[in-house]
Design a protein around this ligand. Sequence first.
Ligand SMILES: [Zn+2]
Length: 189
Amino acid sequence: MKDAYDAALGRQFCTYCKIYYSTKEANQHENTNAHGTNAVNQLGRGFVEIESAIQSRIKTFWVMNDKVAIDVVSFLEKIKEKLVEKINEQVSSNNAIKFNVVLIAKFEKGENDKLDASFKMGNRRVLQANNVVLAIEEAYAALLKEKSEFQAKGSGWALAKVIGLELRINKYTPLRGSTYWERNAPSKN
Ligand SMILES: [Zn+2]
């Protein structure tokens, strides 16, 4: 009942961060590095599934980097097989999905400047017939491009640590012409 009460007020409770936030801010809240870190700290290392309040989401997985000195490419290669496995599982049970990944890393400049940066890619559709390995490789290329663009324009930010990666599996609903026409047809009454 408490959940329904909070929902009525437009509030959402995050069990990982132990805070309330506005339901409209689910995306924003789940995008914070603190949320990912809190979830992983409670669920353990490796590939963990975390709860999401986002309606279009099927599954969210977080993987933390457990080594301090590891570059982005090595980290991505290390988790690739598992990422492919997770996407394959979801494609088999949902027929088609959309996914995207977010890479979070810590950068530093000089002695005191530190910055957490996240690199994202657009949603990518995966159907049963698609090659998931290829989809992941293209996702990686998009992340690495974003990272080098950030470093090129950020004048002097050096990678300090790869924090982790979030895999977001979203619903994919193909648009159906018939549904569209039914909904938009003039009322007969
Ligand atoms: Zn949270």
